[in-house]
Design a protein around this ligand. Structure first.
Ligand SMILES: Nc1ncnc2c1ncn2[C@@H]1O[C@H](COP(=O)(O)OP(=O)(O)OP(=O)(O)O)[C@@H](O)[C@H]1O
Ligand SMILES: [Mg+2]
Length: 532
């Protein structure tokens, strides 16, 4: 009992420990939780300085803290009858509760409005976002337009460079041909035919240069008439090693030229002549890059390329390849140059030194053979050109068998010659007749067919591939061979176009235009001989 005559609250419980401790534990837990909640609430208010209705939160925390203290007092008074103090504490809690209640009443309408405006804010943000998105899309579209215009103009520039390059080179050669022919005619008119020969020789050499140029252009366009067969890369490179060394010329003194050949015994499928000229082009490039000496290594390695290796090389199929690398430690090239090296007529060499057609030939050849070519280079360090050629399923063909037979002096067979270009046809026919052949000429497929049907006793069909009037050379050959399956066919073509000559049947061969006339008779002879 205290001064006021109050008894401790425990007395009411008759100091029964169970009920006493039930109250103590429960009140203490409630108090602890209240303090915890309010402390967290205050922390939240403190951290979110811009929180709306901060006062409400603070009041609410105070009110909860006071609630907690009333529970602590409930424990205290179990043993200490300070009921006045407990009462004051409750009064304080009551005031805080009331203040919170009144504040809530006043704040609620504003809070509701704010909630609404929050929705409005979200809607607004949504609109802003949509507008930003639209703007972004517009920017992307604008950029795409600019990019496509740029691409278009780059394409036009490349085409301009290409046509300009061709026109320039051809004009030079036409000049030489024209001059040569004029001079030859003058000499003949002057009764000095022996002096005409010098000029006609110049004309011939120029024509050969022109033919080499069109051949490289066709290679880049992947329209080069190809005669692919299974080739062992290692053997081919060894067979042209001398030629490659000669190509290095005097530079070889300063160049460490090395072959590291290991094609794993895999033959590759390609036209060996084209392959030779690709290796030659790459070796010349390496030589030019090695003006100050260094190493030039040609290596072969069998490699399996999967889809990941072929990313960015559309059209190339996963499978086995032989990786032919021409590697030099020369001047190398920067990235801007590297990206353009396959463009026809792109060259960094001085005028007269390079035409810029070397790598475009290599590129076209690789792609037309189902392979690919990549260039890795660093300025001052060197360049590696990788030419990946597809492994051939076929066995290696006998190289000797693929060579044209030695030309025969004369022949005596009946030939059907189909060619739409009258000038070329006339000359070929005249030359063949001079060599003893009987030549029947046709200017297109239908004419050839009716001539053949009128009198089918021909020993050989010689036909251009690109022919007008509905039947191309390949189709003509197939139609005639339905009735005469043994008839040999010699295709003469300068442009493979879309007509596939990759799959030639037995008894069919290709002669590439332009050709020297003795090569024509040699091919005719070989075709006739093969027939037996
Ligand atoms: N091994 C290399 N090292 C450094 N640069 C190279 C190498 N190979 C090619 N290039 C660069 O690529 C350009 C194009 O090469 P490409 O073979 O197509 O033409 P070119 O050698 O200039 O002329 P062309 O081969 O027709 O005589 C070269 O001018 C050169 O700048
Ligand atoms: Mg070159």
């Amino acid at each position: 009992m205290n001064a006021y005559g109050f008894m401790p609250h425990g007395f009411c419980f008759e100091w029964r420990p169970d009920v006493l401790w039930l109250h103590v534990v429960s009140d203490f837990t409630i108090a602890l939780s209240y303090f915890g909640i309010s402390l967290l609430l205050l922390y939240f208010v403190f951290m979110r300085r811009n929180l709306p209705f901060q006062l409400l939160f603070i009041l609410f925390s105070a009110f909860i803290i006071l609630c907690g203290t009333t529970h602590l007092f409930s424990i205290w008074v179990l043993w200490h009858p300070n009921y006045y103090i407990e009462g004051y504490d409750k009064a304080l809690t009551a005031i805080a509760s009331l203040a919170t209640f009144v504040t809530v009443i006043f704040v609620l309408p504003r809070a509701l409005r704010t909630a609404l405006s929050l929705e409005a804010l979200v809607a607004l943000r949504g609109k802003e976002l949509a507008a930003t998105n639209a703007e972004l899309r517009a920017q992307i579209a604008a950029r795409e337009t600019v990019e496509s215009t740029l691409r278009q103009s780059q394409k036009m520039e490349a085409i301009g460079q290409l046509t300009g390059g061709i026109a320039h080179d051809f004009n030079n050669m036409l000049q030489a041909i024209n001059g040569g022919v004029e001079m030859a005619q003058r000499r003949i008119a002057q009764g000095r035919p022996e002096d005409a020969a010098r000029h006609t020789d110049t004309v011939r050499q120029t024509v050969e240069r022109a033919a080499a140029l069109t051949s490289r252009l066709l290679a880049f366009a992947r329209r080069q008439p190809m005669q692919p067969r299974a080739v062992r890369l290692d053997e081919l490179i060894v067979s042209i090693e001398d030629l490659l060394r000669r190509t290095l010329g005097s530079a070889i003194a300063a160049i460490n030229f090395d072959l590291r050949l290991n094609d794993g015994g895999w033959p590759v499928l390609c036209d060996p002549n084209q392959l030779e000229s690709a290796v030659l082009n790459l070796t010349i490039n390496a030589r030019d890059a090695l003006a100050d000496g260094g190493s030039l290594t040609i290596s072969t390695t069998p490699r399996h390329l999967d889809a990941a290796d072929l990313a960015g090389h559309e059209g190339a199929l996963p499978g086995d390849y032989v990786d032919l690398v021409i590697s030099d430690t020369g001047i190398g090239m920067d990235e801007a140059t590297r990206l353009r090296v396959f463009e026809p007529f792109f060259t960094t060499k001085p005028t007269g030194k390079g035409t810029g057609l070397g790598l475009s030939q290599v590129y076209g050849f690789a792609r037309q053979s189902g392979g690919l070519v990549t260039v890795a280079s660093r300025p001052g360090v060197g360049t590696d050109v990788h030419l990946f050629l597809r492994r051939a399923e076929l066995p290696v063909a006998d190289a000797a068998a693929a060579q044209p037979a030695a030309p025969a002096a004369t022949g005596s067979a009946r030939l059907l010659l189909v060619e739409d270009q009258a000038a070329g046809r006339g000359i070929a026919a005249e030359y063949l007749r001079e060599h003893g052949y009987e030549v029947v000429e046709a200017e297109d497929g239908p004419t050839a067919l009716s001539l053949y049907r009128g009198s089918p006793a021909f020993d050989l069909l010689i036909t251009d591939v690109g022919l007008p009037n509905g039947i191309n050379g390949r189709q003509l050959a197939d139609i005639i061979r339905e009735t005469s399956p043994e008839l040999p066919v010699l295709f003469i073509t300068g442009y493979a176009g879309t007509t596939s000559l990759d799959q030639l049947d037995t008894g069919m061969r290709i002669l590439k235009k332009p050709f020297a006339l003795p090569v024509l008779t040699a091919q005719v002879e070989a075709a006739l001989r093969a027939r037996g």
